[in-house]
Design a protein around this ligand. Structure first.
Ligand code: UDP
Length: 240
């Protein structure tokens, strides 16, 4: 047993984490920064589950409008895109010596395992990183909701929502240099003030299952490991 504050973590990485801000595709520098942070968590003794988004490749709502596709079809394409990010991350992690399994909500046996809750927990117990791909397997959901669902299923101690800013602010810190960062928020405050942390269904699920969310900066090396070690970093969202 390590002396980490959180032993089992579900790390949510938005598609944007795989490329430059507002960019497209997978960037070698960014994916290596993510993989290094994850490798550090594993070395510290944490059990790590990852849910990756796909905004760097496809967002269903946007694609459906742009290409005139049925929303459910475009969402299926978005879910497939999360598998693309997941196997890219697996490849990068394995190249750094981190044992990793991709488990998808949508069966594709030639590429990865299906998501089976008990098997996912077994992988974690054996020190393997699990990347939970394919979203929830259902259209009209987001990977934020998937992260809260999987965190509840694998009984994660915390969700770390890794972003490109230091935490949750009262206004956009990229546009407003005077934006103030919150150190702590309750789930109710996030919902009532419509703060852009995760979508409402994700926040509600964390609230009901009493799973804390910590929002921190993925691009600052060591930040995620510091959160797990119990340092006050970023914004903590909880029922308190
Ligand atoms: N998606 C879906 N169901 C899910 C999860 C994701 O249909 O359970 C689709 C949806 O089209 C979404 C896309 O996958 O836009 C990518 O996920 P998301 O937008 O959450 O990625 P992120 O914003 O985290 O990069």
């Amino acid at each position: 047993m390590s002396d980490l504050k959180y032993q089992r973590v579900l790390l949510k990485i938005s598609g944007e984490g795989f490329c430059g801000t507002g960019g497209f595709g997978i960037d070698s520098t960014e994916i290596n920064v993510i993989a290094d942070q994850i490798a550090e968590l594993v070395r510290a003794g944490a059990q790590v589950g990852i849910v990756s988004g796909a905004g760097n490749l496809i967002r269903g709502a946007t694609l459906s409008q742009q290409a005139g596709l049925n929303r459910a079809t475009a969402d299926q394409m978005g879910m497939l895109a999360t598998v693309i990010n997941s196997i890219a991350l697996q490849d990068t992690l394995e190249s750094k010596g981190v044992a990793t399994r991709v488990m998808s909500a949508i069966q594709m046996s030639a590429i990865c395992e299906p998501f089976i809750r008990g098997r996912a927990i077994r992988h974690l117990e054996k020190g393997r990183v699990i990347i939970l791909a394919g979203g929830t397997g259902n259209p009209f959901f987001t990977t934020d909701t998937c992260a809260s669902l999987r965190a509840a299923e694998i009984q994660a101690d915390v969700i770390i929502k890794a972003t490109k800013v230091d935490g949750v602010y009262d206004s956009d810190p990229m546009k407003n240099p005077d934006a103030k960062m919150f150190e702590r928020l309750s789930f109710v405050e996030v919902l009532e003030n419509d703060l852009r942390v995760m979508d409402h269904s994700a926040i509600s699920m964390c609230r009901e299952n009493n799973i804390d969310i910590v929002v921190c900066n993925l691009m600052k090396p060591g930040s995620v490991a510091r959160v797990l070690a119990g340092e006050k970093l970023g914004t903590v969202i909880s029922n308190q």
